[in-house]
Design a protein around this ligand. Structure first.
Ligand code: MN3
Length: 205
């Protein structure tokens, strides 16, 4: 029996993130873009019953074990499904308090202070050419790192654990912000769900 990947529900209404992210953008982003990654992932796995049994994280963190005929489609659509499933949890109406004390301490130790981290992450998103994501992740040496990836690539594809990601594809902001990616990134900070980021950090630390 084929196990299909499913589009997760948003934990809030489309308009709940306004004015940071408008309702129409959320509706299309979740209901069209994310939904398409899920459909295309299921289609890519249609001829591979053994791959259909695997969890999404296992699939995309071991792309070398995916047959070449399906690898690019799994990378793009599996990555897209995984990244967006997390993204909907990284944003929350009104945001949630600042990082947990342990994460806050480690962000300061790594980047100087919290504001310096915000600046570095924002720059990663701003300077990502074309489509991709900005990340705060824990690397293999258990160190915090900020960087960006192209397309739907996820830190898990290279053995890192994502703590916070920001979608900087134009589809994530263009209806409201047009070419002003910097304004979208600035607005992101007021809706970050630090409680969830803290949970992820606790789990990987
Ligand atoms: Mn997106």
């Amino acid at each position: 029996m084929a196990k299909l990947h499913l589009l997760p529900e948003l934990g809030f209404n489309f308009n709940a993130l306004e004015p940071s992210i408008d309702a129409k953008t959320m509706e299309i982003h979740h209901g069209k873009h994310h939904a398409a990654y899920v459909t295309n992932l299921n289609n890519a796995l249609a001829n591979f019953p053994d791959l259909q049994q695997k969890e999404l994280l296992e699939l995309i963190s071991h792309l070398d074990t995916v047959p070449e005929a399906a690898r690019t489609a799994v990378r793009n659509n599996g990555g897209g499904h995984y990244n967006h499933s997390l993204f909907w949890k990284w944003i929350t109406p009104g945001g949630s308090k600042k990082p947990s004390s342990s994460l806050d301490k480690d962000l300061s130790a790594t980047f100087g202070n919290f504001d310096a981290f915000v600046e570095k992450f924002s720059q990663a998103g701003l300077t990502r050419f074309g489509s991709g994501w900005a990340w705060l992740a824990v690397d293999k040496a258990k160190k915090l790192t900020v960087y960006s990836t192209p397309n739907q690539d996820s830190p898990v594809m290279e053995g890192l654990s994502p703590l916070l990601g920001l979608d900087v594809w134009e589809h994530a902001y263009y209806l409201n912000y047009q070419n002003r990616r910097a304004d979208y990134i600035k607005a992101f900070w007021s809706i970050v769900n630090w409680d969830y980021v803290g949970e992820l950090y606790k789990a990987v630390k």
